[in-house]
Design a binder for this molecule. Structure first.
Ligand code: F0G
Length: 461
């Protein structure tokens, strides 16, 4: 094999690549994972799933996946590879590059449920993955295939989480990694991860979309495997978040799954899983998958509202939720398809709403990064619009860990997150959610006084 094409393993339960626009089917792909006929994105599909053998086997999958939870084999301990019947096959499963990703908790959110006006609200916390974000679930699959195909280098453009994850999986498998990030627009916590995992980290004086453009040129000139979510193996791994979620609901299907939207790979992946489970007869209906974007990076929302989801006009993105500061999302067509197929919708959240919702999620004892908090902000609107009903079971996908962006949180509580910005006046309303630090004399008396004071004030929830 050349280092520019990835071929399908010959002995695999059959999966293939299919263009999402022109439908052409191929057994191998070029370096940019795009259709060589029309230039659109590819997806992985499984023709053999409609065989008699699959019809016989599929009903046994749920029991098989449960049974693997007691196994000590690395791919069974992984909350991604445990579902490998629904993934492309590696030539040797035991060569999977895994950090035991997936296996993330489902929490109930009683305080947030009251705030949003629903009875049952849950968080699937994908920030509890090994590098602190959902990216690990896709990266284990994409890195494993890059390794299998003999790549020495992997690369991505990133707002921070993809790069942290990719660098870790590359380090685990002794591949080298190239990270291309927008200078000054990636939280230092994420940047520090890429450095520690040994990535060649290039900060470019542009935004995420500019980084992506540059990297697309680089992959034509250097034998490197692109690990952004245009890589369809990433999407396959990220599917497992939805499979695991349904397992955690014990067969019950929630009514809504609410996902933050950036490059729109994650909502595409979760939706793909649900539609495949439906196709295989493992569920009888899907939840509605809805996407929430930051107001300053709302291309999908505008595409759906203004152009019926038929075209997307890129924008200069701007939001303090830097993970989703993306103005030209690669997977928008896949996302539109998921919204349509599951009956979901798209909403947006303002900067103030994101900050407030993040603090509210905190009152349930669950931290997340700003980009994840758009989900609660969006849910409040969807309840007001009666798109989500009071009795519906709702799941927010929390995509990143609180510690991914500590600067945002500290500035929020200090009250200077919006200082000098157009939101400064509106931000006064956030005071209720800000927790002050108190500096005291080093005496028990002083601390007891602080306790007495705190006792008189309203608790956070
Ligand atoms: N939430 C977090 C915490 C993210 O890091 C991202 C994307 C998203 C949501 C949006 O997911 O792109 O699949 O729609 N982060 C990418 C990165 C772009 O480079 O880390 P998406």
């Amino acid at each position: 094999m050349t280092n520019r094409t990835i071929s399908i393993p010959t002995a695999a339960p059959v999966s293939s690549f299919r263009c999402i626009a022109c439908g052409v089917i191929r057994d191998n792909v070029s370096h940019d994972f795009r259709c060589t006929d029309c230039g659109d994105l590819l997806e992985i599909f499984y023709p053999a799933w409609h065989s008699e053998q699959m019809a016989t086997n599929a009903p046994g999958f749920k029991a098989l996946w449960q049974q693997r939870k007691t196994s000590r084999r690395a791919i069974d301990e992984s909350g991604v590879w445990r579902f490998r019947e629904l993934l492309p096959a590696l030539r040797d499963w035991d060569q999977a590059v895994t950090l035991r990703e997936g296996n993330t908790p489902l929490y109930n959110l009683p305080a947030c449920a009251r705030i949003a006006g629903v009875k049952q609200l849950y968080a699937k916390h994908q920030g509890m993955n090994p590098t602190g974000s959902f990216k690990d679930t896709g990266m284990t699959v994409a890195a494993s295939f890059a390794l299998q195909e003999g790549f020495r280098w992997v690369a991505c453009a990133s707002t921070g989480n993809t790069s942290a994850s990719m660098a870790a999986y590359a380090a685990r498998s002794a591949m080298r990694s190239l990270v291309v990030i927008p200078e000054g627009k990636v939280s230092w916590a994420k940047l520090s991860q890429a450095l520690d995992y040994g990535a060649l980290t290039c900060e470019l004086r542009t935004d995420f979309d500019g980084c992506m453009r540059v990297l697309n040129e680089v992959v034509k000139q250097w034998p490197v495997c692109l690990l952004n979510s245009v890589n369809p193996y990433r999407i396959e791994g990220q599917k497992t978040g939805a499979i695991e979620l349904l397992e955690q609901f014990d067969g019950q299907v929630p009514d809504h799954i609410i996902v933050p939207g950036g490059n729109l790979g994650n909502c595409s992946a979760l939706g793909k899983a649900l539609l495949e489970l439906l196709d295989l007869g493992l569920i009888t209906r899907t939840p509605k998958v809805s996407v929430i974007q930051a107001e300053g990076a709302n291309t999908l929302l505008r595409s759906v509202r203004e152009h019926g989801g038929k075209k997307l006009i890129p924008m200069q993105a701007q939001t303090a939720a830097t993970a989703i500061r993306i103005g030209s999302p690669a997977s928008w067509k896949k996302a539109v398809r998921v919204l349509q197929a599951t009956g979901g919708t798209v909403e947006q959240a303002s900067e103030i709403e994101i900050a407030q919702s993040k603090a509210e999620i905190g009152t349930d004892g669950i931290g997340c990064e700003p980009a994840s908090a758009v989900t609660l902000a969006g849910l409040k609107k969807l309840v007001k619009q009666e798109f989500v009903k009071q009795d519906d079971i709702v799941v927010l996908i929390l995509t990143g860990h609180l510690l991914k962006d500590p600067e945002f949180t500290l500035k929020f509580h200090r009250g200077d997150l919006f200082k000098g910005t157009e939101y400064e006046q509106q931000a006064a309303a956030l005071r209720l959610h800000q927790r002050a630090r108190v500096t005291l004399e080093p005496t028990a008396d002083a601390v007891v006084k602080a306790l007495e004071q705190a006792e008189k004030s309203t608790p956070p929830n």
